[in-house]
Design a protein around this ligand. Structure first.
Ligand SMILES: Nc1ncnc2c1ncn2[C@@H]1O[C@H](COP(=O)(O)OP(=O)(O)O)[C@@H](O)[C@H]1O
Ligand SMILES: [Mg+2]
Length: 445
């Protein structure tokens, strides 16, 4: 198509044709232009000659221009000059000049060969940022495919989403509501057909763009278009294309979670998929399994162990060990003694308390199978500045019974074990007192 004849003179006052070559998509024709004043390169899109008078194509073109204007670049091309307002005047050829995005389309870049997971995630992550922006503006692209993504300057962080010719805009966007897609027409594309895009079921939902973005992800890692959401065997794209997924990806620590992401995003039921671009973005950002967290626990534990290795803590732990040994000896002897006289004890065996400076056991003692009356006692070993101090408590009264050097664990053990006798004696005395009180109970008189 000779645009130098077709387009109005106000275009040629500003622009000149740069290359005679035209790029042709499904809807329109694309020409590379140069702005005479500053050499800026533009991309001029015109409707294919045979559709120039088509009301729907013209409507779509103004829809595209207005969407791009609303989005104002960053992830999408900026509009530089257009006559989309004349869309309803059939005799005026429509054009839109956007900035020229230099770089290969995703189709050209992938060229049927799998790319790394990092590249795929980087591209899709940036694409989701753009989609989130579109959706926030009430614009659903509906034609996401590798031909409509240009890797600006060949950078994976800067995929530019083009071709808003199929986009649906929220009716609240002024000027965009005059014409709606004929419900009998199929939208979307053959790169990845979604059931909700089938003729007759035009759903206005951001989920479909999000699912298409996941289709882009599977495309980059396999080099293959997903084509359909469920194959005749009921397989989702990542299952159907499993043989094409490189070993590098399958052995990647992120693969397990990525499969779950595909399982959600490729649900047949729209309501079961990711509901927003951001939701998928978050899922993609957390693909690394928790072993990073395990590392954190290991780091924290290493710190604990480092402190424990210090001389001071080693000294304390050494005393604790000796005190625990002494208290365990007591505990065993004590429990044997009470069982022999048909008493029972419930409470806590030796534990370290009070910042590590005390080892204690406490119990409630009563006759076997008879919880009342009961007598409380505790036995304790404390670390003083230079000595072990041992004391016990029976029914709220404390009795010191040992004070000896920290370097003599054997004497400590002997004394603590021997405390069984006075403790038991005191317990039984208190027990008698409690029984005597019961003896005087009015019910027994
Ligand atoms: N702004 C741009 N910069 C560079 N190339 C572009 C630009 N817009 C479109 N193209 C190229 O032209 C092709 C067709 O454009 P597109 O907007 O997708 O039209 P269609 O609706 O016909 O598919 C794209 O696949 C891409 O190769
Ligand atoms: Mg296109």
């Amino acid at each position: 198509m000779d645009i130098s004849v077709l387009l109005p003179k106000q275009v040629w006052e500003v622009w000149e044709i740069m290359e005679n070559k035209t790029l042709s998509g499904g809807q329109g024709e694309v020409h590379k232009l140069k702005r005479k004043s500053d050499g800026i390169i533009g991309c001029c899109k015109v409707i294919h000659e045979e559709h120039i008078q088509s009301k729907e194509r013209r409507y779509r073109m103004q829809q595209e221009v207005n969407a791009l204007k609303l989005l104002q670049g960053a992830g999408t091309p900026n509009i530089i000059q257009d006559n989309a307002d004349d869309w309803d005047k059939n005799d005026i050829p429509l054009y839109a000049i956007t900035e020229w995005i230099d770089g290969p389309t995703l189709t050209k870049y992938v060229n049927g060969k799998p790319k790394s997971l990092d590249i795929a995630l980087s591209i899709v992550n940036a694409l989701l940022t753009t989609l989130d922006k579109c959706h926030q503006a009430g614009i659903y692209h509906r034609d996401i495919k590798p031909d409509n993504i240009i890797l600006s300057n060949k950078k994976f962080e800067e995929p530019i989403l083009i071709d808003f010719g199929m986009a649906w805009s929220h009716p609240s966007n002024e000027g965009l509501q005059e014409f709606q897609t004929n419900a009998g027409q199929e939208i979307g594309n053959r790169f990845f057909r979604l059931p909700e895009y089938a003729p007759g079921s035009h759903l206005h939902n951001p989920c479909s763009d999000v699912t298409m973005a996941l289709g882009i992800l599977i495309y980059i890692i396999t080099g293959q278009a997903p084509r359909i959401l469920l194959d005749p065997q009921g397989k989702k794209p990542h299952e159907a294309l499993f043989q094409k997924i490189p070993q590098d990806v399958i052995f990647d620590s992120r693969w397990q979670r990525l499969q779950r992401v595909f399982n959600v995003g490729f649900q047949y039921e729209v309501s079961l998929r990711y509901t927003s671009a951001n939701e998928l973005k978050i899922a993609i950002a957390t693909l690394q399994p928790k072993d990073k967290d395990v590392d954190k626990v290991a780091d924290a534990l290493a710190k604990v162990n480092l402190i424990r290795e210090s001389n001071i803590i080693q000294r304390l732990e050494n005393f604790q060990e000796q005190a625990l040994r002494a208290m365990n000896c007591f505990f065993q002897t004590f429990m044997t003694s009470i069982h022999e006289i048909s008493f029972q004890g419930g409470g806590q065996g030796p534990t370290i308390i009070e910042q590590g400076f005390t080892v204690q056991a406490y119990l409630l003692i009563s006759r076997k199978d008879c919880n009342e009356p009961q007598v409380y006692f505790a036995n304790r070993i404390c670390f003083e500045a230079n000595s072990f101090k041992a004391l016990y408590c029976v029914d709220n009264n404390w009795y010191d019974y040992y004070n000896g050097p920290l370097s003599d664990a054997e004497s400590l053990i002997e004394e603590v074990e021997a405390s069984t006798t006075p403790i038991l004696e005191k317990i039984l005395n208190i027990y008698s007192e409690k029984l005597q009180i019961i003896q005087k109970h009015p019910k027994l008189l």
